[in-house]
Design a protein. Structure first.
Length: 302
């Protein structure tokens, strides 16, 4: 039964990842391609290659050529589930991109025509971050540099995954300065910083949205309370906040005095009420920590 549930969950994750890959492809065609800037990762390299060859070499083909071997390496060197889901994303993304490039999407594309191109970069970055965050929470990735960064951070855990990604994307942004050019006087070719700025803005927006989704929406606050009034505080927590707490016995390092420590997690709306409860009791010390996400629950036993 457990294996069946895991298989269904895995299949459901693959379906969701395939749908997100289509969204990712639409995002590229509608907001990135018409405005001539490089997005992050392998797609950024592919976008520059497509620009240089005047569309002769599609991003879809480049994505397949690079990501299929990377997914194979991930299968043997990183994690099989991660590799399979990432391969599904890569395959669907490339196929959707190649299909979309055969369609006339002019009426749907946001072509800023070199005016206010910050807006398509922001939109594209937000959509990219949304896709990236959900895919990452399903133990997968959008392939490319994500696989490389995951492998490097696995071999050396002291290296931060997101810093590795940032370094790679910064390099792509720097290279885009020499790729995207504008015509000057007398037929001269001028380099432009605008594509570099758009690339960095895209990466920044993608990181902000992606990290917010990865952290989750079930954020809360943890109260750690050191007190000699544990029973009274527990009763108020239960009656007023409809929560419970975990009590731990502790000994003060300086005074060598026995105290109770209460641990309780509450939502944002209950912070003020919790503070009002604690203000009533002397010999009570507390500190509050932010909890990014809560997982699971205790069954209510009568």
């Amino acid at each position: 039964m457990i294996d069946k549930k895991r298989s269904l969950r895995f299949f459901g994750d693959c379906l969701l990842i395939a749908a997100l890959a289509i969204v990712f492809a639409l995002n590229y065609e509608l907001f990135v391609a018409p405005n001539q800037f490089a997005p992050s990762g392998v797609n950024g390299i592919a976008a520059m290659l497509e620009y240089v060859t005047d569309g002769a070499f599609s991003v879809g083909y480049f994505s397949l050529i690079v990501n299929v071997p990377l997914c194979l390496l991930a299968f043997f060197l990183i994690d099989r589930g991660f590799a399979v889901k990432t391969f599904v994303f890569s395959l669907v993304y490339s196929g959707a991109l190649l299909l979309l490039q055969q369609l006339d999407l002019t009426s749907f594309q946001y072509n800023a025509e070199n005016v206010d191109t910050i807006f398509p970069a922001l939109i594209a970055g937000a959509v990219s971050g949304f896709v990236y965050g959900i895919v990452f929470r399903r133990n997968a990735s959008t392939a490319g540099m994500d696989i490389v960064a995951k492998y490097v951070s696995q071999k050396n855990p002291l290296l931060n995954f997101f810093w590795i990604n940032f370094a790679m994307n910064a390099a792509i942004a720097a290279v885009s300065y020499f790729v995207y050019t504008v015509p000057g006087e007398g037929g001269a070719v001028l380099h432009d910083y605008k594509p570099v700025c758009l690339c960095m803005l895209y990466c920044l927006m993608s990181s902000v949205v992606g990290n917010a989704i990865i952290k989750g929406s079930k954020s809360a606050y943890k109260f750690l309370i050191i007190t000699s009034h544990a029973e009274e505080i527990e009763r108020e927590i239960v009656s007023k906040l409809r929560h419970t707490a975990t009590r731990i016995s502790a000994t003060g390092a300086y005074s060598n005095t026995e105290r109770d420590v209460l641990v309780c997690v509450v939502n944002k709306r209950q912070i003020v009420e919790f503070k009002d409860i604690l203000k009533k009791y002397d010999s009570t010390f507390t500190f509050i920590e932010t909890v990014n996400e809560t997982i699971g629950n205790f069954l209510h036993v009568k």
